[in-house]
Write a protein that binds this ligand. Sequence first.
Ligand code: 5GP
Length: 212
Amino acid sequence: MTRGELFLISAPSGAGKNSLMDALGAHLGHERLAFVVSHTTRPPRAGERDGVDYHFVDDARFEEMVRADRFLEWARVYDHRYGTAAAEVLPRLAQGIDVVHDLDVQGAARLRLRMPEAHSIFVLPPSYAELRRRLEGRGADEAGARARRLALSLSEIECYRDYEYVIVNSDLQLAAGTLAAIIVEKRHRRARMQEVAEAIADDFRTALGGAR
Ligand code: 5GP
């Protein structure tokens, strides 16, 4: 079985990463594609579902998982802890499924050290004014938290330099198509197509019998 590949996606809060991830499924289909559901100690926002948006856990449970070495990485982001459980990633890669994971810049840096074969993609908002507009439109956070995210956005944006790919999210469908293209390109590398190509070659060998 050819292994799946890991795609790490980071963006400053409000760059439109969540909508981008939703649109990605529509572009690629969900076959052989999985999204990591992270663990977090942050309380759910309105409409968020446990086990779908995040695994929402308390501090004690998170700490227990850290001690049991269940995370590939974890980081404190704003006031809460977020972590990537190994169980969300490794079995799927082994099953040939591509895994897409959205995580902050510290988490992506740690995961890259541990899994240097991962592909990393940074999503930029088109401008500061647009990021601000999107954060204000969101309404989920109170003004203080929003101001803090905006203040941190420049240092986050500068991290684009550590990533292999950069996508500017001005148009959601275009950005999702670009992200899908990156994943599709990896899927068609010869090493990943080897099994399929050999099965086709076998079919020809059988059909042509001793003709070779
Ligand atoms: P939010 O609370 O807005 O859902 O996410 C806050 C930040 O945490 C985002 O930058 C998001 O990418 C990041 N995040 C989500 N899951 C993980 C994870 O598993 N590990 C790390 N390091 N960051 C994560």
